[in-house]
Design a protein around this ligand. Structure first.
Ligand code: ATP
Ligand code: MG
Ligand code: FE
Length: 356
């Protein structure tokens, strides 16, 4: 099926088009530049930017894919989680298109789309591997999932109990004076640092949290990144108090190593203990070079086939929404109608927004 996907949950206005698992276009307009001086996304500014960017982004996407709205079989839109006002702009636009064209509309989960994007490029006849898992590392979430059916049955095996990995990157970058957004900045700076310079904490890795395979502890597959952020802040303070120059590259590299080490080790453990042999990586932090490298290395060692999306499909975009929409159509799921709202805190286990 030919699917149009619309994304507006944060600061990216995204319109993507897929035909089955084939990507036709991934057109993104970001209001990031307007938020930089505030050091974070300002919801009102993001909403207004979506309103201004939507039609030009849609037109550019249709032109690049060389399709018209009449050709499309269904429309998919992010209905949550995300910023309420930002979500509403994309959802309202998608409803308008659905009403005007008579096309079916699917209200989908942004988080499932982040990992479902890994299915782009697979031959449709392949179907989904039976023992499929997903590792979601984004600005607001860090989760390890068992994907029984991407079109409707996703189980949460573990998650962060405080900050998300992307949030940790952004907060740590601020502490190090690297500006916003922090993930790409740390990725860059860390390349010149020593990842072993400082041993930062790997949260929830102690035996009392981990337990054993037979008797799992309370947080065997969970993460915590708030202590790591505090450890970085304390380290910077110590250098400053001693009147020494802060080794920003070494701290960035050591921080990144702590995140990537604990994210990949716990994800691989969860896969091994749940018989998962096929893992999809997704979310903005999946753009991180060190994470891509270590995840690949550790999955290979554990006999897990890892799918790592191209970097342009890791951060927020419309193609991932279209890709999940295609899976819903393929599975014969009924469309959402047009009487649905948004859910800023939609859990990953709801692949589509429940009807109101
Ligand atoms: P969510 O998807 O959980 O709702 P979000 O949509 O805001 O949150 P994404 O767009 O998926 O998040 O990802 C943005 C996050 O990814 C930011 O925290 C950003 O710092 C991080 N990020 C982007 N590129 C990199 C990189 N190269 N290395 C590390 N982190 C990165
Ligand atoms: Mg963003
Ligand atoms: Fe996202």
């Amino acid at each position: 099926p030919l699917i149009l996907g619309i994304e507006s949950s944060c600061d990216e206005t995204g319109v993507g088009v897929v035909r089955g698992t084939q990507l036709l276009t991934n057109t993104v307009s970001s209001s990031m530049d307007e938020h930089v001086r505030f050091g974070g996304v300002i919801p009102e500014i993001a909403s207004r930017a979506h309103l201004e960017a939507f039609v030009p982004t849609l037109q550019a996407a249709l032109a690049e894919a060389d399709v018209s709205l009449e050709d499309v079989d269904a429309i998919a839109v992010t209905a949550g989680p995300g910023l309420s006002g930002a979500l509403m702009v994309g959802v309202a636009a998608a409803k308008a298109l659905a009403v005007a064209t008579g096309k079916p509309l699917f209200a989908i989960n942004h988080l499932v789309a982040h990992v479902g994007v890994g299915l782009i490029g697979r031959a449709p006849a392949d179907g989904l591997p039976p023992a499929l898992g997903a590792l979601l590392v984004s600005g607001g979430h860090t989760e390890i999932l068992r994907v029984v059916d991407i079109a409707g049955d996703v189980e949460l095996l573990g998650s962060t109990i405080d900050d998300a990995a992307g949030e940790a990157y952004d907060k740590t970058a601020r502490i190090l004076g690297l500006g916003y957004p922090g993930g790409p900045a740390i990725d860059r700076v860390a390349a010149d640092g020593d990842p072993k310079a400082i041993r930062f904490p790997r949260g929830l890795s102690q035996p009392k949290y981990m337990g054993t395979a037979e008797e799992p502890g309370p947080h065997r597959y969970d993460w915590s990144f708030s202590g790591l952020k505090t450890a970085v802040a304390r380290s910077v303070e110590q250098y400053e108090a001693a009147g020494r120059e802060v080794p920003v590259a070494d701290i960035a590299a050591s921080f990144q190593e702590a995140v990537v080490d604990v994210v990949t080790s716990k994800a691989v453990l969860a896969c091994q203990e749940h018989g998962i042999t096929d893992l999809l990586l997704g979310g903005g932090v999946a753009a991180n070079r060190r994470l891509r490298e270590l995840a690949q290395e550790r999955c290979a060692a554990a006999g897990i086939t890892l799918t790592v999306p191209p970097i342009s499909l890791c951060t927020d975009n419309g193609a991932m929404v279209a890709a999940l929409g295609a899976q819903l159509v393929r599975s014969g799921r009924s469309p959402s109608g047009i009487a649905f709202g948004t859910n800023p805190s939609l859990p990953v286990t709801s692949v589509v927004l429940p009807e109101v």
